[in-house]
Design a protein around this ligand. Structure first.
Ligand SMILES: [Zn+2]
Length: 289
């Protein structure tokens, strides 16, 4: 419990780390050509979380977990949650249901072998649970997971389920854009902010958006969410805290935009808000409709 004098928001927020290396948005056949930097960058995040007494969910890419099992153990030992980000970082929009299931299974087996624990949560590569890949929800349920956190309730050129709930809800593959009270499987949509007057939603959930917007705006938007007694749900990648890394020319501008600003902004975020893992939120604080 927070002391009474503490001015932290009552509503605990959720922080998620998508643990992949800086080259994982290339095809997996290209990965061996690049230097692994994920260990150092993830350790930097672990240190910052420890210093600010925050917890997070680490959505591990199976490939990274397989290469660095000690990292997975270390994350778990520090009280964080281990979730899965699949194995090969393939967009679900480029997979058949069978391919998706195989990739997910591979990651789950690797994680189970390392931790001995069942994984509760899933994050899709590049947030690719969208209306046409709604079938993925049924596969996640079938595999015994308890929640997904891949839906952005906005329209962007790359992803999004416009009109979907903006707070944790119960999700069904029949309509992933609405709360389905009969379901037990949960969805944790990434945080968005409705701009007054034009009433348009924009993402504010960390990652690229933390780099793109000035910090005071992110802080304002997340405070607004907390004022409605709702948790903010934010993410970040380890490579976003590794600005000295060489750049991959084939990756688009938004991968490196303002990357030097990430660490400073991320530290402010960790000091201004209280974060926990999705699992802890479900167990202790969580109330969904
Ligand atoms: Zn990813």
């Amino acid at each position: 419990m927070l002391p009474k004098s503490c001015k932290m928001p009552k509503q605990k927020n959720m922080l998620q780390i998508d643990v992949e290396d800086w080259f994982c948005d290339l095809d997996i056949s290209e990965w061996d050509k690049h230097e692994n930097r994920v260990l150092e960058a993830t350790n930097k995040i672990l240190k910052l979380l420890k210093e600010t007494d925050n917890k997070a969910t680490f959505f591990m890419l199976g490939y990274v977990a397989e290469a660095f099992p000690e990292l997975v153990k270390n994350i778990l030992d520090q009280g964080h949650e281990i979730g899965t980000h699949g194995y090969s970082h393939t967009r679900i929009t480029n997979q058949t249901p069978k391919e998706f299931e195989k990739d997910l299974d591979k990651s789950l087996k690797i994680l189970k072998k390392i931790t001995g624990e069942k994984v509760w949560g899933y994050r899709a590569p590049q947030f690719t649970i969208v209306r046409k890949t709604a079938w993925a929800i049924d596969i996640l349920k079938k595999k015994g997971l308890k929640y997904d956190s891949s839906i952005f309730p906005v329209k962007t050129p790359l992803y999004g389920v416009p009109g979907a709930p903006t707070k944790p809800y119960r999700i069904s593959s029949e309509d992933i854009g609405k709360n389905s009270p009969q379901e037990t499987f949960l969805e944790f949509p990434l945080s968005t902010f409705k701009i007054p007057f034009i009433k348009k939603r924009i993402p504010v959930a960390g990652g690229f958006y933390l780099r793109f917007f000035p910090y005071f705006f992110i802080r304002y938007a997340l405070k607004k969410i907390n004022k409605k007694n709702q948790p903010a749900i934010c993410y970040i990648h380890p490579w976003e805290l590794d600005p000295d890394n060489s750049k991959i020319k084939s990756l688009k501008w938004y991968y490196y935009f303002n990357i030097k600003s990430t660490e400073k902004k991320f530290k402010k975020l960790l000091n201004d808000f209280r974060f926990t893992s999705n699992k802890e939120w479900i167990e202790n604080a969580g109330r969904t409709n």
